[in-house]
Design a protein around this ligand. Structure first.
Ligand SMILES: Cc1ncc(COP(=O)(O)O)c(C=O)c1O
Length: 459
């Protein structure tokens, strides 16, 4: 069959409140043109993020009722710990309230001022947590990954040559760990090949540098490996996942992605000394090691979600439905980052809005226009998120790509919702010459995309 169907039935629904363009203009103005300030009731289709926005299964909801809320020694923790150990193979599993808390604990313990953490691409919270320690978050993505038009099966790969050059230039003592993000959220949701993971691991071992995986979308990455790396065609997703993690010394994970839970995260390591230090810090900042900032019921939902996400029917539907959105936009001539990513489609705004320079944030302009057109919330992943001032010259540094991300929540929207998004984007595309750039009118010190205020440049 060619038709992709959602491999689930809908048992419970959430109403969507429709609204018109005039009211959306009012809502956007009140939100200072920052989509993070909008009320969710004023959004028709929410593609801001795939993080924590997935629909839990009836099994997960049943697990919620089984949650053991004991402060210490909870049986829900045992279930959670066993699942992560079985699926990922790590020795020490530390629950946290979400991914960034795992990052904070890891980097507070291993980084010091002046250190460098190489990665394919760090996501914003990872970067901010590294920079908060006075260390540098260094992106070493392969060249193909920075060109939206190049078709390459693993555009999330880390450049091995640049990695070894960096180690030789900076020195092993200044690199407390190497990281790889699977899939690469900051670069189009593109996968990393098993071969690349293995090569990075070989280099890490050669220089005795720990190697960690940012595992948020590990199952989606495994699906791409199965379908694009010939050697793995007949390997089960579960075996691919185990092999991916076997090359690493630990991982950080946001359970809000590929554990299909609404909250949660964890940190894994194979080092007993580091695990002890991590648990000490966990008690200080998150909670006792058998709950770590989560309720027992959350641990149950995560344990069940981690197994469900490996189901191949689910993964096929997941990746094919994101591809469907990407293919429809491409058919309309809308420039997207190619090939379509796993969890999201990224619109190439430098091509969509060539008259708006990066200094006027074309991604922000497109995201606002898409909201005004049809009540669709997306997110800018460009110079609002990654732009900064050069510390020495004070000049603006812009992002490598100006993107708008349409992140698809897991098991949440149907094909007709996606068709609505395609139609809205077609309208915006046809009207693109009338779209104006934006300027920032108020800006915080870090992670400005969450809280900055904007105005169209003409005002
Ligand atoms: C690749 C990546 N790493 C880390 C995080 C942080 O996870 P959390 O939002 O659970 O703190 C995210 C969240 O979007 C992510 O996409």
């Amino acid at each position: 069959m060619k038709t992709i169907i959602e491999p689930f039935r809908i048992k419970s629904v959430d109403p969507i409140r429709m609204n018109d363009r005039r009211s959306r203009e009012f809502f956007l103005e009140a939100a200072h043109h920052n989509l993070f300030y909008l009320h969710s009731r004023d959004i028709i289709i929410d593609l801001l993020t795939d993080s924590g926005t997935g629909a839990m299964s009836s099994n997960q909801w049943a697990g919620i009722m089984l949650g053991d809320e004991s402060y210490a020694g909870s049986s829900s923790f045992d279930k959670f710990e066993k699942t992560v150990k079985d699926l990922m193979g790590f020795k020490y599993i530390i629950p946290t309230h979400q991914g960034r808390a795992a990052e904070n604990i890891l980097f507070s313990l291993v980084c010091k001022e002046g250190d460098v953490i190489p990665s394919n691409s760090h996501f914003d919270t990872t970067r901010a947590n590294i920079e908060a320690q006075g260390s540098e978050a260094l992106d070493l993505l392969i060249e193909e990954g920075n060109d939206p038009t190049i078709i390459h099966p693993f555009k999330g790969n880390l450049d091995i040559v640049k990695l070894e050059e960096t180690i030789n230039k900076v020195g092993v003592s200044k690199i407390p760990l190497i990281m790889i993000t699977v899939t690469n959220n900051a670069g189009g949701g593109q996968p990393v090949s098993m071969e690349n993971i293995r090569l990075v691991s070989d280099i890490a071992k050669k220089y005795k540098i720990p190697f960690y995986i940012d595992a948020c979308r590990f199952a989606e990455n495994a699906y791409f490996i199965k379908n694009r790396e010939a050697k793995y065609k007949n390997t089960s997703i579960q075996s691919i996942v185990l092999e991916m993690f076997s090359y690493s010394d630990g991982c950080t994970m946001s359970a809000k992605k590929d554990a299909i839970a609404n909250i949660g995260g964890f940190l894994c390591t194979n080092s007993s000394e580091l695990a002890q230090e991590q648990k000490n810090l966990l008690i200080l900042t998150e909670g006792f090691p058998t709950y770590g900032g989560l309720a027992g019921r959350d641990l149950e939902a995560i344990a069940i979600g981690l197994r469900e996400v490996l189901n191949e029917d689910y993964l096929e539907y997941r990746i094919k439905s994101t591809t469907y959105l990407g293919d429809r936009l491409t058919e309309l001539g809308i420039p997207i980052l190619l090939p379509p990513g796993g969890h999201a489609i990224y619109i190439d705004c430098l091509k969509f809005l060539p008259n708006i320079p990066p200094s006027q944030f074309p991604g922000q302009a497109l995201a606002c226009e898409l909201y005004l057109e049809a009540g669709i919330r997306s997110s800018e992943i460009g110079s609002v998120m990654f732009g900064k001032k050069d510390k020495k010259t004070g000049k603006d540094i812009f992002a490598k790509m100006e993107l708008v991300r349409l992140a698809v929540p897991r098991r949440t929207y149907t094909q007709s919702h996606i068709d609505y998004v395609v139609e809205a984007l077609e309208n915006v595309w046809n009207n693109r010459q009338n779209i104006k750039g934006y300027k920032i009118t108020k800006e915080p010190k870090a992670l400005r995309h969450f809280t900055a205020y904007f105005k169209p440049v003409s005002e």
